[in-house]
Unconditional design. Structure first.
Ligand code: BES
Ligand code: ZN
Length: 632
């Protein structure tokens, strides 16, 4: 059944239900550009062009409330309806303005609730309104917002709130056409309690007082998943002429030191891929419950504090979020099945930035680590989920999240670079960004654009059928070259000897290892490593409780497998403190494998869960078979 048919099931008036049934009977094709599988928007009828948000932020109620004003561009002269995506929004009323600027109430109804897609808000208009205002409030359970109590912050005094809209959570805090096929500019006025700074994915002013509300403008058109807001005790420090950091005051100095190379990263990217087109580039360092590593909200990337290792060794994540300013924010996947166009291109550009700023050996090591992790992950992945073009129809895009769009996408682009030569390939990538700036693109667009410039000739070093294999087949094509790093080859050699018991941990000479050498070493440990080996490693290298969250995560995974008891307290602290999915979901998954560990995990999860983001709670609930007490 199509989304339309499912969503059409419960409209309030009979006439409207009949009309919807008729519309749903019209066949909707998989590649229909008028529809996105994850949105009820009818893109061939009307498009949201501009948004104004007038919202009050209340920590007491845990709500945003006010109105969203949508400026509409009508595509079909016969259309009289506006279908918006919502999720757990409480709609108060809707009004519409005519060409003369007169506002009047508009009839609306909410359709049936889908667990992942939410509820369609169907607005019936007497005429093609130029503007529509939806008066609403969010639910405290909004899937795209996290409300933190003061205890959950570093300062412990003021509350904190942040949004995470990608992929389809914007609809839980703003009623809109929640699809990356639609772009809009936005302005906002947000009122918040005294002492709280509000920031958005827009023109933040570090000197704004917030009196009478914070005001924002985002003059570049963005898709809905890049709408973002955060509020809390935020201080600001400049990093360079167009870069700076917002975070809680107690984290500011550490963040400024860690991310000092941000300006150099922008310069390096511009040199390769053209101008940075968004004005400023600031970082917002969030509390550790942020469920992702980073989120490329335009002008203001949202970043996990778990990348502050003290030695800049995890700042490739900044390169990644910055890279999205070209791949993703400028040239955007038109629907979530093509997310590799965002994440694969970005992983490739990320690695090119790392190469330009930190050198080729560093970049190679990251390729090797990524490729190994992808191969490992694919072993336990459904074959159907291993193609670059993902089958996410009728699925929550969050459930399809994997390393495939990232690392396999990056690998395809690197393969093209190798076959056609860097100079030629770079020119095509740059043209791809320039010629699709502020547009949404599909895998078909990719095939047409890159095909015409690279593999159209009969004797081209790579042919279309090979590219199709990457896009539509599982696994990694046999012809793909593995990345190679001499430093990591050394790690492989000493790891083998260590595992076989031929050398002890001291002989690894690991004190000189960089983070990537550690990650590679730990990733390659066998699942049945004897616990004595792990104990020797820990006693020699002090891994339990390490301040590097990526190293800690891999060590604890090995520790669970080997049943290494001395790291339990640190593992527990890690699981409670860190809500970043990548650094904790695999640990819960490993714990769920034995009854004793599962019982221990459930007890720890009781403590950890209240601090996790709704998206992360949802994932871990499934992993542990935990059913939360019903709140609604
Ligand atoms: N855009 C993603 C995060 C995302 C993807 C959120 C899909 C929701 C759905 C972001 O750019 C990202 O990829 N973050 C990574 C960082 C990274 C260096 C690979 C992460 O969060 O781990
Ligand atoms: Zn990304």
């Amino acid at each position: 059944m199509s989304i339309t048919a499912r969503f059409s099931a419960r409209f309030s008036t009979i006439a409207f239900a009949l009309m919807s049934l008729l519309l749903a009977a019209v066949p909707v094709f998989a590649s229909n550009p008028a529809r996105d599988d994850h949105s009820v928007a009818r893109l061939d009828e009307v498009r949201v062009q501009q948004v104004f948000l007038d919202l009050d932020l209340s920590f007491e109620q845990q709500t945003l409330s006010g109105f969203a004003e949508l400026t509409l561009q009508w595509k079909n002269p016969a259309a009289r309806r506006l279908d918006l995506d919502t999720r757990d929004l409480l709609i108060d009323h809707v009004s519409a303005s005519d060409a003369a600027g007169h506002w009047s109430n508009a009839a609306f109804s909410l359709g049936a609730r889908h667990p992942a897609f939410g509820q369609p808000l169907n607005i019936r208009l007497a005429q093609q309104a130029t503007k529509v205002r939806v008066y609403y409030r969010t639910s405290p359970q909004a899937s795209g917002l996290q409300w933190l109590r003061p205890e959950q912050t570093l300062g412990k005094v003021k509350p904190f709130m942040f949004s995470q809209a990608e992929a389809i959570h914007a609809r839980s805090f703003v009623p809109l056409q929640d699809t990356p096929a639609v772009r809009f500019t936005y302005t906002a006025r947000i009122t918040a309690p005294a002492g709280i700074r509000v920031v958005m994915s827009a023109d933040n002013d570090a000197n704004a007082s917030g009196q009478g509300g914070y005001r924002f403008a985002m003059p570049q058109a963005i898709p809905s998943y890049l709408l973002a807001i955060a509020a809390g005790d935020l201080a600001f420090k400049s990093l360079g002429p167009r870069t700076g950091v917002y975070t809680e005051p107690a984290r500011l100095d550490a963040a400024v030191a860690e991310f000092a190379d941000t300006e150099a990263m922008i310069a390096a990217t511009e040199k390769m891929y053209g101008p940075y087109r968004w004005g400023r580039y600031d970082l917002l360092i969030l509390p550790p419950s942020f469920p992702f590593g980073g989120m490329e909200n335009p002008r203001l990337s949202f970043i996990t504090p778990t990348v502050i290792a003290g030695d800049k060794s995890l700042v490739a994540l900044i390169a990644h979020e910055l890279a999205h300013s070209w791949s993703g924010n400028l040239v955007t996947n038109s629907s979530w099945k093509d997310i590799w166009l965002n994440e694969g291109f970005t992983s490739y550009v990320e690695n090119r930035i790392v190469e330009a700023v930190y050198g080729v050996e560093q970049a190679r090591m990251q390729q090797v680590v990524g490729q190994h992790e992808l191969k490992e992950e694919m072993q336990s992945m459904a074959v159907a989920d291993q193609a670059l073009v993902q089958n996410v129809k009728n699925r929550d895009p969050d459930d399809a999240f994997s390393g495939v769009p990232y690392t396999k996408g990056e690998w395809l682009l690197r393969t093209l670079e190798q076959r056609f030569g860097r100079e030629r390939f770079d020119a095509v990538v740059r043209a791809w960004f320039d010629e699709h700036a502020f547009q949404s693109v599909s895998s078909d667009d990719f095939l047409a654009f890159f095909g015409a410039r690279l593999w159209s000739a009969k004797d081209a070093p790579m042919q279309r059928n090979e590219v199709d294999g990457w896009l539509y087949q599982p696994g990694i094509p046999k012809s793909a070259l593995l990345a190679d790093s001499s430093a990591l080859n050394v790690v492989d050699a000493v790891r083998s000897e260590f595992v076989a018991g031929k050398i002890d941990a001291k002989a690894l000479k690991a004190d000189a290892w960089s983070t990537n050498e550690w990650l590679h070493f730990l990733n390659g440990l066998p699942v049945d490593l004897p616990v004595e080996r792990l104990a020797d490693l820990d006693q020699t290298c002090q891994l339990t409780g390490t301040g590097n969250a990526e190293i800690a995560f891999r060590f604890y995974l090995a520790g669970i497998r080997a049943d290494y008891a001395p790291m339990r307290a640190a593992l527990k602290a890690h699981l409670i403190a860190i809500g970043r999915r990548k650094l904790m979901v695999p640990l819960w998954t490993e714990l769920a494998k034995t009854p004793a560990n599962q019982a221990w995990a459930l007890a720890v999860y009781q403590i950890a869960r209240p601090g996790y983001h709704p998206i992360a709670q949802n994932t871990v609930d499934q992993v542990l078979g935990y059913s939360p007490p019903q709140t609604r």
